[in-house]
Design a protein around this ligand. Sequence first.
Ligand SMILES: Cc1cc2nc3c(=O)[nH]c(=O)nc-3n(C[C@H](O)[C@H](O)[C@H](O)COP(=O)(O)O)c2cc1C
Length: 187
Amino acid sequence: MTAQLDILAISGSLRKASFNTALLRTAQQEAPADVAIEIYDYSDIPLYNGDIEAAGFPATAQRLKDRVLKADAIIFAVPEYNYSFPGVLKNAIDWASRPYGKSAWMYKPVSLVSTGGGLGAARAQYHIRQVLASQGMHILGAPEVFVTNAATKFDADGRLTDDVARGLIKQQIAALAAWTRRLAASA
Ligand SMILES: Cc1cc2nc3c(=O)[nH]c(=O)nc-3n(C[C@H](O)[C@H](O)[C@H](O)COP(=O)(O)O)c2cc1C
């Protein structure tokens, strides 16, 4: 029997009807029985400001940091805003990377799912890889998940209707789980 894995899912979109967050719900639906995925709401953290940090780490940002530290692996849903990933997500990454040398992201396995326009937010996903590399994160290379033309791929309840994309997400979660276990075994 394998131990249960705790995967933390973080969406770069804060809107309730987000297609990207819907991909994380798909990941929950397609996860193997020994993988639990929690979608984390970080909408309460402040904009990063060194003065706020110096006055005392905000409780909401500390809660995010503690949850990241506890997770075995991370999944980011990465929307594309102006050819990059949203500022709210960068802000969350920045808070949990502080203080310098004590990043919660360090060496975590991570996978990425995206949906957007005709390129499926590919440009944003390739931007965030550079940022995650700064944290020493182990970024899963394959399978990649880029769901093109978001507006045509979900039903009225926000359920992903594209079976090819659903299958890729299922494969990605299985690959992330296997990789996380391999990394833990070799640590
Ligand atoms: C500020 C802003 C910039 C955007 N820029 C892009 C873009 O460069 N490429 C793209 O494919 N979609 C772009 N979009 C459209 C988003 O990808 C689309 O709204 C998507 O559904 C947002 O993700 P969500 O549904 O998870 O909120 C942009 C949307 C916003 C709000």
